[in-house]
Write a protein that binds this ligand. Structure first.
Ligand code: ADP
Ligand code: ASP
Ligand code: MG
Length: 454
């Protein structure tokens, strides 16, 4: 250990597929053990577990609850069954599952966001307990750490915002000293608010946890291990010909994450950019395949970098004749949106109407819509509101897009078969955004990828 104590510490995060079963956990353990600079490991829940927990939090009949609990047992027991020593860890996981059963029964009577977060947090609590046991049985002294002791958030359950100052202070006293002597395994995605109640950071939030902890610990690098060997020019599930990007700037990767590239939670790069910590993205299934390094570099950034896709977008069009030659209408609209904690994503305006989509960055753990009846009622008192659902946002990410010539022709020249509902171009030099019907989204991405990246 002592020869490595001078090396900057690394935080490694493993996503759901990287801790899905016993073999995946062992592959992830191999990666950790191959790099002594990794002192802190952040884990997601085993693949599938969070979805089942979210379903349980919605309140179910006893029979359905039993079915979901069996599903959790099946996933977690498959790991225990492969361990040499099973008794103690099985008891611990059984206690967790008893707790889940109790909370799920409570959700059957009355659901609440706080209850949902408490319930859903068990996914990460279980995966980290199991992973520590896998490591211990391989002879590695690993310690389990409850991240809620340091990850203080506000009380916006399902979409909580971490307090990075508090996190830094707590991490320095409670976590940093331990890293000198132990490999520490902790949970992504979960935190706790001032009263000690459990919160979550929104789906996919473990990436964000890793970046926040990396920042608090002044890590030299944050490694995000997932199921693809890096960041591609677009989601390789949508376009198999997508190419890996070996190096990408913080700005470009942050735009990709914001506009829906699921590979990184949208907020992941905020702490990394703030503290200039490089982020590596690679595949735990194939660590030898290399990956993508996200950092502060600007060597020949290409005009077109990547395409991102965000599904389930809602377009609000607000019509008001009062807007004609009037002042202050938009201010009123933004006031209402701010009161409902909604930030605007895309926006276009005309003389008597304004069309906008809502920023779903850091969306809730349950996937609940941000568009509530209360918001609609308030907006309707001001103007006529039209709501269009099932749209998709396609973002072309690049560099100096707004200064270049011919971008419009290259992009729209190939999109003539499609209805483009809204276009945003010019505000940022890093993106051009289109809103298209949800059903066309993948075809739009494939067409654009073929024209701009192949
Ligand atoms: P994890 O559970 O490890 O956090 P996620 O499922 O959240 O993994 O993210 C990885 C997935 O992100 C990939 O399987 C891939 O389908 C998707 N993805 C979306 N956009 C991209 C992109 N541009 N490059 C690579 N993967 C992407
Ligand atoms: N387990 C959580 C989810 O499925 C957090 C994460 O995986 O990042 O969303
Ligand atoms: Mg993820």
């Amino acid at each position: 250990m002592s020869n490595n104590s001078a090396a900057p510490l690394r935080v490694a995060k493993f996503g759901g597929t990287s801790v899905a079963d016993f073999d995946a956990m062992n592959r992830s353990a191999d990666i950790i053990l191959a790099n002594p600079a990794v002192r802190l490991v952040v884990l997601s829940a085993s693949a599938g577990v969070t979805n089942v927990l979210v379903a349980l939090s919605e309140g179910n009949e006893a029979e359905r609850r039993a079915y979901y609990l069996d599903e959790i047992r099946r996933i977690q027991y498959s790991i225990i069954d492969r361990l040499a020593e099973q008794t103690v860890i099985r008891e611990e996981i059984d206690r967790m599952i008893d707790n889940i059963a109790m909370l799920a029964e409570a959700a059957g009577l009355a659901t609440s966001l706080a209850l949902t977060d408490e319930l859903v947090s068990h996914g990460e609590l279980m995966s980290t307990l199991l992973f520590v046991e896998v490591l211990r049985q391989r002879g590695v002294a690993a310690a389990w750490f409850d991240v809620r002791k340091v990850m203080r958030t506000n009380d916006q359950f399902g979409r909580a915002e971490p307090d990075s100052h508090m996190l830094k202070a707590q991490t320095r006293t409670l976590l940093l000293p331990r890293l000198e002597s132990e490999l520490v395994i902790t949970q992504g995605f979960i935190g706790s608010e001032a009263k000690g109640r459990t919160t979550t950071l929104g789906r996919g939030g473990s990436d964000y946890t890793a970046a926040l902890l990396g920042e608090a610990l002044e890590a030299g690098r944050i490694d995000i291990w997932t199921d693809v060997p890096g960041i591609y020019t677009t989601d390789p599930r949508v376009v198999p010909q997508a190419k890996r990007i070996d190096e990408i700037s913080f700005e470009e990767a942050a735009e990709m994450a914001t506009f829906g590239a699921k590979i990184l939670h949208p907020a992941t790069l905020l702490p990394a950019v703030r503290s200039a910590i490089p982020v590596f993205v690679g595949s735990s299934k194939d660590p030898g395949a290399g990956g993508t390094l996200v950092y502060n570099h600007t060597d020949n950034p290409p005009l077109f970098r990547a395409l991102a896709l965000r599904r389930r977008q809602t377009l609000l069009t607000l019509h008001s004749l009062n807007m004609l030659h009037a002042r202050g209408f938009l201010a009123e609209v933004f006031n209402i949106l701010a009161r409902h904690a909604i930030s605007v994503d895309l926006i276009t305006t005309s003389e008597v109407s304004v069309a906008l989509t809502m920023d779903t960055t850091g969306s809730t753990t349950t996937g609940a819509s941000l568009l509530t009846q209360a918001l609609l009622t308030e907006l309707s008192s001001l103007c006529r509101v039209e709501v269009e659902e099932d749209l998709a946002l396609v973002a072309l990410i690049g560099n100096k897009l707004s200064q270049a010539c011919g971008v419009g022709k290259e992009v729209f020249g190939v999109l003539d078969p499609f209805n483009i509902r809204l276009i945003c171009y010019g505000a940022s030099s890093h993106n051009l955004c289109l809103l298209v019907p949800g059903g066309d989204a993948e075809q739009v991405v494939r067409t654009l990828h073929g024209a701009l990246f192949d």
